[in-house]
Design a protein around this ligand. Structure first.
Ligand SMILES: NC(=O)c1ccc[n+]([C@@H]2O[C@H](COP(=O)([O-])OP(=O)(O)OC[C@H]3O[C@@H](n4cnc5c(N)ncnc54)[C@H](OP(=O)(O)O)[C@@H]3O)[C@@H](O)[C@H]2O)c1
Length: 254
């Protein structure tokens, strides 16, 4: 049985659609859920599904957050601070990302930089901004996991350099793939720096999922993905720290 009861607060970026929204939905269907589910979206007014969930579940707090804007990130930190108070933040899920399809012929400097900004730079700076709240929570627990303090960076198997070969080399996503490889490196660097403070850092591949990003041909529904992903997140311990884990709990090669 999924048990998030020891994770008092969780923050999910890009929670207005796709996998982020399904994380919120699935957590709300779990009896042992976090007391505070902070669902962020860059345009909450347009996030009808999320707003409907928030309306019927007081534990959902919708916060405005454009992960590429420092002003928005700083405003969100202040808003979240007043939601979590002295308990701090137990779990940050950097889920928001973009994928602009481009192959060797069509890739442009602009698309490379835009994708790097959203998928790599943004999760790093969001994490840095929320560190005081993650540290607050880390200071109140022991061991490693979402019961204490954790940063989950939603990565992709397409970021694996080793697996970019043969059949797995087929998706020619010149902008997207390297942003996830770089996010993996950032996850590992964060793991090195934050280990002593007890803040768990993991890169997670959610599977190939039928969302706006994954497309209609993908292997899994959002329900199938997130019903596997959340137990994996729930079960993370110090042995997973600094790792690259898949939705089925298996370790992926860098
Ligand atoms: N779907 C897959 O097959 C798959 C596979 C591997 C990894 N992933 C990863 O899983 C995560 C979620 O993907 P998804 O399939 O759910 O994608 P999606 O359906 O395209 O949703 C992307 C989410 O990110 C948000 N976002 C993008 N840029 C943002 C910004 N600057 N500020 C705030 N929010 C922003 C979007 O908000 P707006 O609505 O405002 O644009 C949306 O909520 C991503 O990290 C993705 O790389 C997905």
């Amino acid at each position: 049985m999924l048990n998030f009861s020891k994770c008092h607060s969780i923050l999910i970026t890009g929670a207005n659609r796709g996998l982020g929204l399904e994380m919120v939905r699935h957590l709300l269907s779990t009896p042992e859920r976090p007391k505070k589910i902070i669902a962020t979206a860059r345009n909450p007014d347009a996030a009808e599904d999320l707003q409907a969930l928030a309306k019927s579940h007081p534990e959902v707090h919708v916060v405005t957050l454009d992960v590429t804007s420092d002003v928005s990130v700083n405003d969100a930190v202040q808003a979240v601070k007043s939601i979590v108070g002295a308990d701090g933040l137990n779990c940050l899920i950097n889920n928001a990302a973009i994928n602009i399809h481009c192959d060797l012929d069509t890739v442009t400097r602009d698309v490379m930089m835009k994708t790097y900004e959203s998928n790599t730079v943004a999760p790093l700076f969001v994490t840095k901004a929320f560190l005081p709240l993650l540290r607050e929570a880390a200071g109140q627990g022991s061991g490693m996991g979402i019961h204490r303090s954790a940063v989950i960076n939603v990565s992709s198997i397409l970021g694996s350099v080793q697996l970019n070969w043969g059949e797995m080399g087929a998706p020619k996503l010149y902008a997207y793939r390297p942003t996830k490889s770089a996010l993996n490196m950032i996850t590992r660097s964060l793991a090195v720096d934050l280990e002593a403070e007890g803040i768990l850092c993991v890169a997670l591949h959610p599977g190939w999922v039928r969302t706006d990003m994954g497309g209609a041909d993908a292997d899994m529904s959002v329900e199938e993905s997130i019903s596997s992903v959340l137990p994996v997140i729930c079960g993370l311990t110090e042995k997973d720290h600094g790792g690259f884990v898949s939705y089925n709990g298996k370790t992926l090669p860098w």
